[in-house]
Design a binder for this molecule. Structure first.
Ligand code: 13P
Ligand code: SF4
Length: 327
């Protein structure tokens, strides 16, 4: 994968690349190729501002399924671009950096997951969208943090469920839906970094601030939250609230949308464990840059390739998700 990117880069000298007005060139190429640029809210502010659409995993899946564009440039991580390819297989789907992975996806490998499923044959397999196309193909229903509760609540209470790969989201959902789903042991490298000690310090420093957190955080963090939800739910919560100060327990690039909607409000990031590291930023999302988006559009690569059998198997649980969550 990396070799592909290096190959593209090697056709441009460093000087040539540094003289390029990326925003201008991306606009031009986007029109020329009838491309749509979709960006997750964890992308840097310049990428969010450039995109045709910015949203959470569910919003982006819906957009990818319904676009008229010929090319989708997915500014997010690989599992998200794969969802776009699965839902729009005839389109060219570009991911500016193919190394943009996810620790949740990596934690759940198909062979292990097959064994887990075989061990609990009477269980329904519900998987968080943060997993590979192969894991989706082995699942019954996919969910995102936006629609997981709605979907799980539609399943009869006596039906046993296995939930993968995020154990913290799974455990939060178990409480919310009063279930006892069996959980895969996966975590998000960003959300497990948040320090409870730093959070308590921030709450003391900003006593009027409300704390809004993503359910990928562990219980030790979520127990302090005034609101828990997907990134889009956090953004809505902040706009609806009359409060002026918020502590944000998720990847801090999301604050860009919050600030755009509510310029008069104050947003405080929860730092990572040692208080100074930048480990509250997703290192995979950060791999996408303006330069790589430009190169992807210019060269039509790196492309997402999935074979037809995999697409058809992974499409079923994704379509079930869209139907069950009202789309
Ligand atoms: P949502 O944007 O769907 O809340 O998901 C967050 C996430 O984990 C992206 O990696
Ligand atoms: Fe994966 Fe966590 Fe990054 Fe989201 S923030 S892409 S869950 S590693």
């Amino acid at each position: 994968m990396l070799r592909n990117i290096l190959k593209i880069k090697s056709t441009f000298s460093k000087n040539q690349l540094s003289n390029i007005d990326y925003a201008f060139e991306i606009q031009r190429l986007r029109k020329e190729k009838n491309a749509v640029i979709l960006a997750h809210v964890y992308q840097s502010a310049d990428i969010q501002d450039l995109a045709d659409f910015v949203g959470d995993s569910l919003d982006l899946s819906r957009k990818a399924a319904n676009t008229n564009a010929d090319t989708i440039v997915f500014c997010g991580v690989k599992f998200m671009a794969e969802v776009a390819k699965i839902l729009s297989p005839s389109k060219e789907v570009l991911l500016p950096d193919l190394d943009a992975g996810c620790t949740l996806e990596q934690s759940c490998q198909p062979e292990e997951f097959k064994k887990f499923r075989n061990k609990y044959k009477n269980h329904l397999a519900i998987t968080y969208i943060n997993c590979s196309a192969e894991i989706k193909a082995l699942s019954d229903i996919v969910v995102t943090s936006s629609n997981a509760k709605i979907i799980i609540d539609k399943i009869p209470k006596k039906q046993p469920i296995i939930f993968a790969p995020d154990k913290h989201l799974g455990s939060y959902l178990n409480k919310l839906t009063n279930r006892n789903m069996l959980l895969w042991d996966g975590t998000c490298i960003v959300h497990i970094q948040f320090s409870e000690r730093e959070l308590i310090g921030l709450k003391a420093q900003y006593p009027k601030a409300l704390f809004a957190a993503h359910p990928e955080c562990p219980e030790s963090i979520l127990k302090h939250a005034d609101h828990v939800g997907s990134t889009s739910s956090l953004i809505k919560f902040i706009s609806k609230s009359k409060n002026k100060e918020f502590i944000i327990g998720t990847e801090p690039n999301v604050i860009h949308q919050m600030r755009k909607n509510e310029p008069g409000k104050l947003f405080i990031e929860v730092p990572g464990a040692d208080g100074n590291c930048s480990c509250n930023r997703c290192p995979y999302m950060a791999l996408n840059t303006m330069e790589k988006i430009y190169l992807a559009l210019k060269k039509s690569q790196p492309l997402i390739h999935l074979n037809a059998n995999l697409i058809s198997a992974a499409e079923k649980p994704l379509k079930r998700m869209l139907e069950m969550s009202g789309n």
